[in-house]
Design a protein around this ligand. Structure first.
Ligand code: PLP
Length: 231
């Protein structure tokens, strides 16, 4: 990393944090949402540079790519989130190497993660991915599947369901963005009345984080606006 590139990252990270803080203030939220830096397709040295600026939580989408970076960066105290689509033959690697998994969208995956989480590690933090907006979207569970997974998790001691995640269809329209986020917020509140310990709603990315904060997100996942475009 050149000095100049490190400075660019530093400015971009500060800008994203500023947007998050300003928007939270605008809507009078008491708690500023957590920032997850999405580092897919960016090299370990860039992650290390951002880590040194104080960012501790990073999200990755591809298991093989992530394992290489986790290995390269194991001298750092990073909290790793898996946020990509999950194939069942990858659950063991995820259960063994990540702190959080945000993209659990079916029972089979949840069960495997619980069975494969090593006893020596604390329970895996899990977000259930809710399919919002687009009925045809590939990933995400519907409401009844979410409820089934939540019930089943009562008997799983190696996973800890922390809340919900969603990736709505892209839209430039703030009202449309807010309507997706409001739909998942309604479900989140309903689930929280059964499971008060659920504390995380992961929604909002580079292009729609303001709308997500307006609607009360607790975690935004930002890639492009921190790291620049992906090659
Ligand atoms: C890539 C990705 C992000 C970050 O998207 P940007 O538009 O680059 O901020 C967030 N969440 C998920 C699940 C992703 O795959």
């Amino acid at each position: 990393m050149t000095q100049q590139n490190t400075e660019i990252l530093s400015v971009k990270l500060a800008e994203v944090k500023h947007r998050i803080e300003q928007t939270s203030r605008l809507y009078h939220h008491l708690i500023v949402p957590k920032l997850l830096a999405v580092s897919k397709k960016h090299p370990a040295e860039k992650i290390e540079a951002i880590y040194k600026l104080g960012q501790k939580e990073f999200g990755e989408n591809y298991v093989q790519e992530a394992l290489e970076k986790i290995q390269q960066l194991n001298h750092l105290d990073i909290i790793w989130h898996f946020i990509g689509p999950i194939q069942s033959n990858k659950t063991r690697a995820i259960a063994e190497n990540f702190d959080w998994v945000q993209s659990v969208d079916r029972m089979k995956i949840l069960t495997r993660l619980n069975n494969q989480r090593p006893e020596s590690l604390s329970p895996l933090n899990v977000l259930l991915q809710y399919k919002v907006g687009d009925e045809n979207s590939k990933s995400g569970a519907c409401q009844s599947e979410i409820l089934d997974m939540l019930d089943a998790a009562n008997n799983m001691i190696h996973v800890n369901i922390r809340g919900l995640m969603c990736i709505p269809p892209p839209s430039n329209n703030r009202q449309v963005q807010c309507s997706y986020f409001s739909e998942i917020m309604t479900l989140f509140k309903q689930l929280k009345s059964k499971k008060p310990l659920m504390d995380t709603l992961s929604m909002g990315m580079s292009a729609d984080l303001e709308a997500a904060i307006e609607m009360g997100t607790t975690m935004v996942r930002v890639g492009t606006d921190i790291f620049g475009s992906r090659c």
